[in-house]
Design a protein around this ligand. Structure first.
Ligand SMILES: NC(=O)c1ccc[n+]([C@@H]2O[C@H](COP(=O)([O-])OP(=O)(O)OC[C@H]3O[C@@H](n4cnc5c(N)ncnc54)[C@H](OP(=O)(O)O)[C@@H]3O)[C@@H](O)[C@H]2O)c1
Length: 510
């Protein structure tokens, strides 16, 4: 990474008065600046409807850095960093405002010698993605005209179903070329997520066994310990399958299951991700209830705090059918994974905040030691890629406990990022901003990936919609806040002689 140099650039942030700018973008830029990774010549122009000025904008960003950055800026450091920041007030749908923006961009370009390289960042709600990109194109800011490059970063959500995702892609591609568009899924900026590919394809020992001949099944868990809090109104229109499965979980499935790319570059990696996502078998309507479990949390305790049940939360319909939990038995119909189930689950208000991938290997053909192993029916040969909270990789196997008798115990070989490398992983946004500024799209989502993920998710959404129409008294099963999810999700695996690997399970075996 050290030999990659960012060229001079102007970053234009739409929605710069908002939360993401303060919480993530500016702290990420500040960290890049402190590491000497920003070029000498750069500018940042915030744009939003809120009335503000360069000075006011800078003052707000300083406060944000004090709150959200790992290191608060020193006085001289702040002055040097802040002088690159500017603010322009305007609407997202007024051509005259965008003409003024184009003029301002020229001025800031000249002041900071940006060589007319422009990175536009859509840090607004998706409702204004379309007008902003239309107007950028209309005032001539979308096209690359030989004087520098132009790129567009788009934040999720990329549509709320297949039709709206296709519509958004078509719209974006009318105004920008696909290779100018950088769709962010911040999961791909996490070190351990990137390490999935290094682990699989950078080592000779794992890839030969990473297939149906050796793997019994794969489990992917993306659990959040918080409930919906005061965002009940927003969450009602989303739900776990839209909020987590369509993007983060599908990305983790793709990275775990994809074939080796011919090179580590944006096209080759994303081609393979799309291929494997296409191999996920779409569900027929009559398969959905057997393969997918949805549920809502009821009142309980998470992180030592009592929280109300989802339906009792402000902004939530007391008869809501929005799922806060989904477990899905995915089938990947390809040469490598035929008949190896991928069980994925995500939920709010669960027992722990945890994201991990467990690749569970088959048992040996003869279980000589089963009489000496209380849990012999649970496979212990597991590779765990833990993405959060403690980024790490674990290999589970059986070992004999020292002593005169055979006593078989599962043990772990563990690698921890923090212990081994002794430094905190960079924030996902830092890595992603850096890559977008360098023109490397490998860790961004291509339009076809979005569509194929929505296609598979849509088959479930359609089934649920039909179920709700057919049964006006439909209720979702509940799981207690602070638990590992509903019984039905346990049954999904237990019916096939398998078990979710919850952390208490790992702890029990250590
Ligand atoms: N916050 C996060 O940590 C986070 C994480 C992942 C993804 N995202 C995504 O990043 C984008 C920005 O997130 P955010 O949290 O910064 O959003 P936000 O604070 O709600 O909105 C950003 C700015 O957009 C403008 N805006 C808000 N509602 C609008 C509306 N209905 N119509 C037009 N403009 C509106 C506001 O600026 P003005 O009123 O001044 O124009 C606001 O300051 C969203 O797409 C979000 O889904 C955010």
């Amino acid at each position: 990474m050290s030999n990659r140099t960012i060229p001079p650039v102007l970053i234009v942030v739409f929605g710069a008065s908002g939360d993401l700018t303060k919480r993530k973008l500016v702290p990420a830029l500040f960290s890049l600046y402190r590491q000497g990774l920003l070029p000498d010549h750069y500018g940042v122009l915030g744009y939003a409807r809120t009335d503000s000025s360069d000075d006011q904008f800078r003052a707000e960003l300083r406060e944000a850095l004090e709150e959200f950055s790992n290191v608060a800026p020193g006085e001289a450091e702040w002055r040097e960093f802040a002088r690159h920041f500017h603010y322009q007030q305007g609407n997202y749908d007024a051509r005259a405002d965008f003409e003024r923006l184009a003029e301002r961009i020229k001025e800031v370009d000249a002041a900071h010698h940006t060589e007319s390289n422009h990175l536009f960042y859509l840090s607004t709600p998706p409702s204004v993605f379309k007008p902003i990109t239309t107007l950028l194109h209309e005032v001539g800011l979308g096209q690359e005209n030989g004087n520098g490059w132009t790129r567009l970063i788009v934040e999720k959500p990329f549509g709320r179903d297949l039709a709206s995702a296709v519509d958004l892609n078509q719209h974006l591609r009318r105004n920008f070329k696909e290779d100018q568009i950088y769709r962010i899924d911040h999961y791909l900026g996490k070190e351990t997520v990137q390490n999935i590919l290094v682990f699989r394809f950078g080592n000779g020992i794992f890839e030969p066994i990473w297939n149906r001949n050796y793997v019994d099944h794969v489990q992917i868990t993306v659990a959040e310990s918080l409930g919906v809090g005061d965002r009940g109104g927003y969450y009602e229109r989303a739900g776990a399958i839209r909020d987590m499965i369509q993007n983060h979980v599908m990305q983790l499935v793709a990275l775990t299951a994809m074939e080796p790319p011919v090179a580590y570059d944006a096209k080759a990696v994303r081609d393979q991700k799309v291929n494997v996502m296409r191999s996920i078998r779409p569900l027929e309507p009559d398969e959905i209830s057997d393969r997918v479990v949805r549920a809502q949390y009821s009142a309980g305790q998470t992180g030592g705090k009592s929280i109300p049940g989802y339906r009792e939360t402000e902004g939530v319909d007391p008869h809501s059918l929005t799922e806060t939990y989904v477990a899905w038995r995915l089938q990947i119909d390809n040469w490598r994974w035929k008949d190896v189930p991928f069980y994925v689950r995500t939920g709010k208000a669960m027992a722990a905040k945890l994201t991990e991938i467990n690749v569970v290997f088959r048992q040996p053909p003869l279980m000589f030691f089963k009489d000496f192993d209380n849990d012999y029916h649970i496979p212990h040969n597991v590779i765990t890629l833990r993405i959060q909270p403690d980024e790490s990789i674990h290999l589970g196997f059986d070992a004999k406990r020292p002593g005169p008798i055979i006593d078989v115990n599962p043990v772990m070989m563990s690698f921890s990022y923090a212990e081994t490398f002794g430094k905190k992983s960079a924030e996902a946004y830092e890595r992603l901003l850096l890559d977008a500024l360098l023109g490397d799209g490998t860790l961004f989502i291509r339009g076809d990936e979005v569509e194929v993920a929505w296609d598979r998710v849509n088959s479930v959404l359609d089934g649920w919609e039909a179920e709700a129409k057919a049964n006006p008294n439909l209720n979702l099963p509940a799981y207690r806040a602070g638990s590992w999810g509903p019984d039905a999700a346990d049954n999904l695996l237990e019916a096939e002689g398998r078990y979710w690997r919850n952390p208490y399970h790992l702890v029990k075996h250590q």
